[in-house]
Design a protein around this ligand. Structure first.
Ligand code: 4NP
Length: 147
């Protein structure tokens, strides 16, 4: 199964989500490939925000080699699930969907709850890690037997 994590900048939340989901899926022995992308282009080519790198490292996960990229409609063909962090990511991605098949692949990682953007608040990186981790665990429980 291939899963794409999407946020706005692809430097704070979705790199964490990529690292956490890959780590948990690997631990479960699942042959899942996880990637991430952003809907904004400010940081394309950059590594993740140092606060996300540090928070992940404190939990034993290395996200330092990820490279920021833009979401593009070809991702609808490449991935089975596209998991976004908040409602604005959701509308940005859905605006690029070409048909119902594309739309069905998109959901918020936490269902009806959002993963808030920690970019302007250093203290939010650890809580955001925990929210994403809980969302990834729930997703794995739901899908590990299916694909
Ligand atoms: P992210 O956070 O969407 O979790 O990666 C952001 C990072 C950078 C910006 C916005 C959100 N920015 O405007 O540069």
């Amino acid at each position: 199964m291939k899963i794409l994590m999407v946020c706005l900048g692809n430097i704070c939340r979705s790199p964490l989500a990529e690292g956490i989901m890959q780590h948990l899926a690997d631990k479960e022995g699942l042959n899942w490939e996880i990637d991430s992308a952003g809907t904004g282009n400010w940081h394309v080519g950059d590594g993740p925000d140092h606060r996300s790198v540090r928070t992940a490292r404190l939990h034993g996960i290395d996200i330092s080699r990820q490279i920021c990229r833009l979401f593009n409609p070809a991702d609808f063909d490449e991935f089975d699930h596209i998991l976004v962090m908040d409602k604005s990511n959701l509308s940005n991605v859905l605006a690029m969907a070409r048909n119902d098949g594309d739309r069905k692949k998109v959901s918020m990682l936490l269902g009806d709850k959002i993963v808030p953007d920690p970019y302007h608040d250093d203290s939010q990186f650890e809580p955001v890690f925990k929210l994403i981790e809980a969302g990834c665990k729930a997703f794995i429980e739901r899908y590990k037997g299916i694909l």
